[in-house]
Design a protein around this ligand. Structure first.
Ligand code: FAD
Length: 412
């Protein structure tokens, strides 16, 4: 089989298929992890908006923490836990709902008091917070370390990873996938997985298949080292500001979700377009830091040591797009990351490999099928993807009926 794209999702799928005994070739246009996966904040979050995503997220934390045991390669994972904090009545209510449902889905989540917030160090409680403590939550300091671990484990299991080799065609004979064309050679394969991240749609289009995922910009910054940030301190998410924070390189990482997000369609860009060309705007992050400046002064006062960004692939219902493409047997998709593709890659790859090699969808995975929306006009795809992005921390909150997958099906 061939996997197109050596990001977290492609490499994890390749690794799990190789572990299941498949012969796997990964074909990457640039270098492994050079696009979204190498820019991620590295955060793993156990609290998710539905049961399936909670299961995938928690399974992924287990797999990341136990990586050496099942993949045979060491991987360092920081496990400081995380706080979810709400400062408005609406978001306090939202977190109460998240607490009840996440506990019901098996996650270890607890209400946190003011004294608990004192442990964060870089956060000065204002007094009106409602907070949750999520001890399972973790992060990987440098996202490329997960990519490198996947790469090493893939090679250990005999999977081939070809870099600097763009896929330029997908061969289809009698309606079935038979392989790919790269810039230098044809490769025969009965199974092809499109894990091309922000380029997932143009890669699928090589086989005439639609994929419901809209790329949207996401960015973060890391401050210069600051004494108020304990490198062993927890992750913090201030949900009403849609801001996340964690210790990074002795400073503080500050990232968040723009209320007015920027769609970026690589299909409308020159062929050479890469993540390096995604337009970044430090002003957006400074405004986010300003929203939490009362509680986290260092987010605004410390010098910026790094500013990076890339593309999320947003789906109309905020869930992964993973599974077989109904229109083209043999073609599979691992995408629709919705901002969690890095951290859910271990479990998504595992589930896809089970589906590909075993022939049956693992429990719940059919809900992520690339065909679940039916035909979807481009503007609806983008509008709904942007809505999901802007409501990352409260997707269930006030979703207009028009953006639920059921209504998408009804409408179209
Ligand atoms: C700033 C930022 C912070 C983030 N933080 C987090 C986080 O904390 N936690 C989390 O879970 N997620 C996070 N994400 C999201 C996460 O990075 C993505 O969900 C994940 O990396 C997606 O992985 P991928 O393999 O689909 O995409 P990518 O890593 O982009 O990989 C796709 C690969 O396909 C290759 N490709 C494209 N076209 C072709 C072709 N024609 N032929 C061959 N190869 C091709 C590309 O070159 C690329 O390497 C963040 C993203 C950004 C941008």
């Amino acid at each position: 089989m061939v996997v197109i794209g050596a990001g977290a999702l492609g490499l994890s799928t390749a690794l799990h298929c190789a572990l299941a005994g498949r012969s796997v070739t990964v074909v990457e246009r640039h270098t492994a992890g050079s696009q979204a996966s190498g820019r991620a904040a590295g955060l793993f979050k156990s609290v998710q908006a539905d049961e399936l995503r909670t299961r995938l997220a928690r399974r992924s934390i287990d797999q990341a923490v136990g990586f050496a045991g099942w993949a045979g390669v060491p991987l360092e994972v920081a496990r400081p836990g995380s706080f979810l904090i709400a400062r408005t009545a609406q978001h306090r209510e939202f977190l109460r709902r998240e607490l009840a449902q996440s506990v019901g889905w098996g996650a270890d989540v607890r209400e946190a008091g003011r004294a608990d917030l004192g442990r964060i160090g870089y956060y000065r409680p204002g007094g009106g917070e409602f907070a949750l403590w999520c001890p399972e939550d973790a992060y990987i300091e440098e996202p490329l370390s997960l990519v490198r671990a996947y790469l090493a484990a893939c090679r250990l299991r005999g999977a081939q990873v070809l870099e600097h080799e763009p896929v330029t065609g997908i061969s289809v004979t009698d309606g079935r996938v038979t392989g790919v064309e790269t810039a230098t050679r044809p490769i025969t394969a009965p199974v092809v997985v499109d894990a091309a991240g922000g380029w997932v749609r143009q890669v699928a289009a090589l086989a005439g298949a639609p994929v419901p995922a809209a790329p949207v910009r996401h960015q973060l910054l890391i401050t210069a080292p600051a004494p108020e940030v304990d490198p062993a301190g927890p992750i913090t998410r201030v949900v009403d500001a849609a801001v996340y924070l964690r210790p990074a390189r002795g400073g503080l990482m500050v990232g968040g979700f723009e209320a007015d997000p920027l769609p970026v369609d690589p299909r409308a860009q020159p062929a050479s377009f890469s993540t390096d060309d995604v337009p970044l705007d430090l002003g957006v992050l400074r405004a986010m830091a300003g929203q939490v400046a009362g509680e986290v002064p260092v987010a605004r006062t410390a010098e910026v040591a790094e500013h990076r960004g890339g593309l999320f692939t947003m789906s109309p219902d905020g869930r992964f797009v993973a599974g077989p493409v109904p229109e083209v047997p043999g073609l599979w998709v691992a995408s629709g990351c919705n901002g969690s593709g890095f951290s859910s890659s271990p479990a998504i790859g595992e589930a896809l490999a089970e589906w590909i090699t075993g022939g049956a969808a693992p429990p719940g995975m059919e809900a992520l099928s690339p065909g679940r929306f039916g035909p979807l006009p481009e503007d609806a795809l983008v509008t709904r993807g942007l809505w999901q992005y802007a409501h990352y921390y409260d997707p269930a909150g006030s979703a207009p009926a028009a953006v639920t997958s059921a209504s998408v099906r009804n409408r179209d």
